[in-house]
Each structure stands twice: as structure tokens, then as C-alpha cells.
Design a binder for this molecule. Structure first.
Ligand code: SAM
Length: 214
């Protein structure tokens, strides 16, 4: 059983992309694509919380992955992502799986894990005890974790924006986070090492490549 801590995005799914666009334009999407070139040919890829499927489309278009598992708790998000694949005639081996990290199979392993704007949904405790360890378990040795997410913003107006966003998603989707957890610190405490990072969206977002410490 999962924690359900990432909330229920079914209600917000029809308007999610439009809302993100009104506030950020295409910047949140662009940030997610920064390190897609690090996905090796033939990789097995796990996309966690991919939403309506923009990132899935980019992975299918730009990378030659062998297999993708699209893990999403929201049935509405999964419906949109799979519809996108059909409408845009995207080709690739994709398994859409409605569920969370507890739906991963014990023997499953991935070369690359993508968490696009997902770690920010959880409290530090849930990240530390559940999300990060469970995802780490399915990451192959030598695998990569591409994390793109909000980070502590540099300016006061950005801090205010982040505060409003967290409140908004607590109200509409019931996410657990009350404030932004220090997911970078928690990834490194879990034995991962940041190999590369690029700051995006005026310092509010960081796109990062994490690997395992040898
Ligand atoms: C803030 S939205 C981001 C959507 C997309 N990545 C984007 O940037 O447009 C977070 C997404 O994560 C999904 N989610 C929440 N908790 C999850 C979990 N434990 N496992 C998989 N997906 C989850 C939600 O349903 C939602 O679609």
C-alpha cells in the first residue's frame, strides 16, 4: 500500500497544464528536458508522476529507450498521457501503471528514473522513509536518477509564489507537503551523488542528474 501522500490529481488533471502554462509558460517543461540526453540507448526508464505525458512524449521522441514504465497515481493523468501517445502516433514500448512506488515489482530494475515535479509533493519524512528508498531499490547499479523540481527560491516573490502553489495543491489535490522539503539533501543522505545540475526558472527549479556513490 502506498502512502497516498502525493495527493489526488484527478480533479485538477484537465486544467493542470493550462495552469502551469499561465504561471510559468513552457519553463517547467523545458526544465524537465535538460538532461534527457543522458538517457542511454536501450535503457529501461521509469517515469514517476509524469502527469499528462509531455515528458513521456519527449522521451519517446528524443531517446531510444527499450522500455518505459509510466507510474502515475492519477487515473485521469494516465488517461491523458495514453491518449497523447495515440493522438500523436508516438511509438515505443510503454507500460502505463496506475499506482505509486508501492506498485513497483520486487524484481524490477531501471537504468533511469525520472521524477519531474514529484518530490515536492511530500514531507521530508515520507521522502526519507518511503519514496526515496523505494525508488532507489529499483535503480540499477550504475543507473541515473533525473530529478527536476522546485528548490528554495532566491527571491521573496518566488518564495511567496511557492507558498501559494503548495497551499493551492494542498487544497485541490490534498498533497502532503506543507513546505518544500530539502530533497537534494535527502537524495544525498540516501547514498546518491549529484553529478550535474542546472538551475532553471530564475533559480526556483533545479534539473539534476544523480547517480549512486560507488
Ligand atoms: C505536480 S504534478 C506534476 C506532473 C508532471 N510531472 C508535470 O510536471 O507536468 C505531480 C504528479 O505526480 C503524481 N503523483 C503523486 N504522487 C505520486 C506517486 N507516489 N507516484 C506516482 N505519481 C504520483 C500526481 O498524480 C501528478 O500527476
Amino acid at each position: 500500500m502506498g502512502t497516498g501522500a502525493g495527493g489526488n490529481f484527478n480533479w485538477i488533471a484537465p486544467v493542470y497544464d493550462a495552469l502551469a502554462f499561465i504561471v510559468f509558460g513552457h519553463k517547467l517543461q523545458q526544465a524537465q528536458a535538460v538532461f534527457l540526453n543522458r538517457i542511454p540507448t536501450g535503457a529501461s526508464v521509469l517515469i514517476v508522476g509524469g502527469g499528462t505525458g509531455w515528458l513521456l512524449e519527449q522521451v519517446l521522441r528524443r531517446c531510444q529507450s527499450k522500455r518505459i514504465v509510466y507510474l502515475e497515481t492519477s487515473t485521469q493523468m494516465v488517461a491523458r498521457a495514453s491518449r497523447r501517445m495515440v493522438q500523436k502516433a508516438l511509438v515505443g514500448s510503454v507500460e502505463f501503471r496506475v499506482g505509486d512506488e508501492s506498485s513497483l515489482k520486487p524484481d524490477e530494475r531501471f537504468d533511469v528514473i525520472l521524477t519531474p515535479f514529484v518530490l515536492d509533493l511530500f514531507s521530508a519524512q515520507t521522502l526519507q522513509t518511503t519514496i526515496i528508498p523505494q525508488l532507489r531499490t529499483v535503480l540499477k547499479s550504475g543507473g541515473l536518477w533525473l530529478a527536476t523540481d522546485f528548490v528554495k527560491p532566491p527571491s521573496n516573490w518566488q518564495k511567496a509564489l511557492l507558498w501559494v502553489m503548495i497551499r493551492f495543491f494542498r487544497l485541490t489535490a490534498g498533497i502532503q507537503a506543507q513546505h518544500l522539503a530539502d530533497w537534494q539533501k535527502l537524495l544525498s543522505e540516501a547514498g546518491l551523488r549529484c553529478e550535474k545540475r542546472q538551475t532553471e526558472v530564475g533559480g526556483m527549479v533545479s534539473a539534476e542528474v544523480w547517480g549512486q556513490v560507488d
